[in-house]
Design a protein around this ligand. Sequence first.
Ligand code: GAR
Length: 201
Amino acid sequence: MVMLIGYNKVRTAVFISGSGSNLKSLIKFSKTKNSPISINMIISNNSKAKGLNYGKTFKIKRKIFKFNKKRLVEEKLLFTLRKNQINMICLAGFMEILTKNFIKKFKGKILNIHPSLLPKYKGLNTHQRALNNNERYSGCTVHFVNQKLDSGKIIIQKKVKISKNETKVSLAKKILIQEHKLYPKAILKVFSLQRKNQFRS
Ligand code: GAR
């Protein structure tokens, strides 16, 4: 993975579709001294996404891209990202599948958070599926995005115990709290590994 390292933080875009609570935790993290990234753009496929309000609060550029003609929209999106010198992408509840072409252009630089212990329960409706299978644990995963849905290299995971009377709503809440801690940890891990590799060469 080639990214800028040094005094400057890596310019990052966060892609969202909904409430943006992971976005908020990433913004807070990005403002700490320890953070190797800065959040410079918020991208959404949904103009009504609540999370877009964080752009206003924290004065971060927001852009909405309606994914009706995917290839065309992605070309425009790539142009915008390049124009804004974005070097890394964090997907945070972004409910759109990016094309192989797009992913190739940001190879090794797109991270995603998923609310299950991958490789279990890829895709949607993870919590209900975990409950239906009487799982004792679920959790969340941060992984690199590759061309197969929720299948890229796992960076870090957090296990969460499923209680007796768990519902998909209570489980989602419990896991979301862990997600907010896990995403920053994953970013630190990615960059510390990268530094070590650099020292080696
Ligand atoms: C999070 O639980 C995230 O893991 C999930 O959507 C939620 C977004 O919450 N992502 C996916 O399911 C992606 N397949 P947020 O908007 O409050 O961060």
